[in-house]
Design a protein. Structure first.
Length: 681
């Protein structure tokens, strides 16, 4: 895994040394993504500079150094990620007489570009990646991102300069950086807990959407071209559901088992130590089981545990590891150790990000990095195989929406929401003593209020938005804005002819997964210089899952049915069958206890009013209600706290970042393209 950054001055007015210094300054902010070496490539006549930080995983020799120039000299690339099928592609090219200097997948990728072009390469690559590719012959710059969005790529215009990089912090090093907050993006952040693509928290800076590429040519008069799809999640969903695969459950289990074993075997290719995150849930346990089945020695597995029993999955993970025979490492954290990560989150995530499982994800990444450089993760299983509650309940809510006109649904919604969540909790608790089967963990009152909002939905899109929203009325929180923007990525449309459960899964695949789950995983792992790989998001697994009927995903009110059948081949059912808990922390209690002072300082009424971005009233009301214990507003409050912590970091370090962008140093002057190579640790 690596980090890339670059700049294109299309007027070619910046000199050689300044271009090199800019690229070096920008890429050095990403040293955590690639601590093994760094490099800069500059073509002053074109105004292009590419910077790269390398985490050596395949081909540890200097032949894997980047930015890398193709054999003919036509292409220059800064590449982040892995091409898992590079060995097959290399063999195919070698049969055509192509020679190679080293063993890196990046060198193979360049040869594929030369043989089949950029479009053909994107179709052939199996992997996770983001790259910047300069075509010296056509004087064109390509920015591209993998199909699902496992690897990030940010870009934007600052005057006549195009800047791009793996993380937003690299763009702050560009001259003229302003960093103006986009209030509409802030409103969307409060609604979802992340800033949806293609926007960012900054005006005029965007995320390249998953499965797209952007091409910018020196001679074109269009300064801001739109990204082009190289792979379409919508097409995959529609075609898969129009022509489902084999419906026989036994055949489907066999096919999925074989496919996942092939994918995992490819993703275990590395020239460095490798392991797996193991929570003890269905997704991570399946990955660990198949890794162990493909390995001749014990696979390393890693788990974070908490002292609070309701949040602790470490005991289950340990039992799964013992059954599989993995080399297991677990670390039980104290609240103090977990909370110590919180001040680092704004620097790790770069823009407001409020999925509180970011905390244990950072910590388990640091734990794993002590022993390995690559870790496989179970992320993506829920989105593909129906693992979230909204997938399970969507059909029932959808039937209510279909059967009842809007008027009666409004009455039902009012009836459900009239009692407070606490009143519902008390009533259902008393009823559970009489009818034990009605007993449910957690806060049923909050869930009933969520259901009350959901039955008011007018469409699948509206239903999804209501189910995943935190601050549903963010216009009442962000000053002067209406936050009810589109849920889907801009320019994307809802697929046709899907059942409502698949509608929910599609929305998760194209929004929540790339903008929350994969952001969380990428930034947390890379902050520890750890490469995280996600086998479920191999596009062949995605396409397989979308060609399955719903009955092979959700059965007997339980999700991930087919995936469970695969796991049952390797792990006894009793070890992993338990209620889904997620990778959570006891945030509600922390906010009332050890984090209270920190939170109060960020949520102060005078402070919020002085900053002029958020309305103090609704925030203070929820904060005070949370402190009394009458309601659990942890998600809403964490949204605001993560924005406030990020804003504090911006005000403290923004000027330093701008000053650093003007620094110079140590680049050889030449009138021809130059590769500036150095080492960093």
């Amino acid at each position: 895994m690596c980090g890339l950054a670059g700049i294109w001055d299309r007027k070619a007015r910046i000199g050689q040394e300044e271009l090199a210094n800019l690229a070096q300054t920008m890429s050095r902010t990403l040293a955590h993504r690639g601590p093994d070496s760094c490099g800069v490539w500059v073509d002053v006549s074109a105004g292009v500079a590419l910077g790269h930080q390398r985490l050596a995983v395949v081909d540890l020799a200097p032949t894997g150094h980047q930015p890398m120039v193709s054999a003919s000299g036509r292409y220059v690339i800064a590449f982040n990620g892995e091409v898992y099928n590079f060995r097959e592609l290399r063999r195919e090219l070698e049969l055509e007489g192509v020679g190679f200097r080293g063993h890196a997948d990046t060198e193979v990728a360049l040869a594929v570009f030369e043989r089949w072009g950029v479009h053909g390469a994107l179709e052939r690559f199996v992997g996770m990646f983001a790259f910047a590719l300069w075509d010296r012959e056509e004087r064109a710059l390509y920015l591209a991102r993998d199909r699902i969005g496992e690897k990030p790529l940010y870009y934007g215009w600052i005057g006549n300069l195009l800047v791009f990089g793996s993380e937003l912090k690299s763009l702050r090093g560009a001259p003229g950086w302003r960093g103006d907050i986009d209030r509409a993006a802030l409103a969307r952040f409060l609604r979802y807990g992340y800033v949806p693509a293609p926007g960012t928290i900054y005006r005029d800076i965007g995320k390249l959407p998953p499965g797209t590429f952007l091409v910018l040519r020196a001679e074109t008069g269009m300064p801001h071209p739109e990204p082009t799809h190289s792979w379409s999640a919508r097409s995959v969903a529609e075609s898969g559901q129009r022509s489902p695969r084999e419906r026989d459950p036994g055949v489907a289990v066999e096919q999925l088992d074989g496919l996942l074993r092939d994918v995992i075997a490819r993703q275990m290719i590395a020239d460095v130590p490798l392991g797996a995150f193991l929570s003890g849930g269905i997704d991570s346990s399946t990955v660990a089981a198949l890794m162990q089945a493909e390995s001749t020695r014990s696979v390393r597995t890693f788990t974070i545990g908490f002292q609070e029993a309701s949040f602790n999955e470490a005991a289950t993970a340990k039992a799964v590891a013992a059954h599989l025979g993995t080399d297991h490492t677990e670390l039980y954290l104290t609240p103090r150790e977990a909370q110590a990560v919180i001040p680092e989150l704004p620097d790790i995530y770069d823009e407001p990000f409020a999925d509180s499982s970011q905390i244990p994800t950072v910590l388990v990444s640091r734990l794993a990095r002590r022993e390995v450089t690559v870790c496989l993760s179970g992320d993506g299983g829920d989105e593909l195989f129906g693992g979230y509650n909204r997938h399970l309940h969507a059909a029932r809510v959808g039937r209510v929406i279909e059967v009842l006109p809007r008027g009666p649904r409004k009455v039902l919604s009012d009836l459900l929401s009239r009692p407070s969540p606490q009143a519902w909790d008390g009533a259902l608790g008393r009823l559970a003593h009489v009818v034990p089967s009605l007993s449910r963990p957690g806060s049923p009152g909050d869930r009933l209020h969520k259901l009350a909002d959901a039955v008011s939905a007018d469409s699948p899109q509206d239903l999804y938005a209501r189910l995943v929203s935190h601050w549903a009325a963010a216009d009442a929180v962000v000053i002067g804005l209406d936050a009810r923007g589109p849920v889907m990525a801009e320019g994307d449309e809802w697929p046709e002819s899907l059942d409502i459960a698949h509608d929910m899964m599609y929305a998760d695949l194209t929004t929540y997964l790339p903008d929350d789950i994969l952001v969380k995983l990428d930034r947390a792992s890379m902050s520890a210089s750890l490469e995280a790989r996600t086998p479920y998001l191999d596009h062949r697994v995605v396409e397989f899952a979308w060609a399955l009927p719903l009955a092979l995903k959700i059965r007997h009110r339980q999700g991930k049915w087919l995936l469970r059948q695969v796991l049952n081949r390797y792990v006894p059912k009793a070890l992993v069958e338990r209620p889904k808990t997620g990778f959570a922390v006891p945030l509600a209690d922390w906010l009332r206890g050890p984090l209270r002072g920190w939170a109060e300082s960020l949520l102060g009424e005078s402070r919020l009013a002085r900053e002029g971005l958020l309305q103090p009233g609704p925030i203070r009301a929820r904060w005070e209600e949370h402190l009394t214990g009458r309601r659990n507003w942890q998600a809403h409050l964490w949204d605001v706290l993560m924005f406030q912590a990020w804003l504090e970091r911006e005000s403290t370090h923004g000027g330093a970042a701008l000053t650093a962008s003007r620094a110079t140093g140590g680049v050889v002057e030449t009138s021809t393209p130059v590769a500036v190579n150095s080492s960093t640790h």
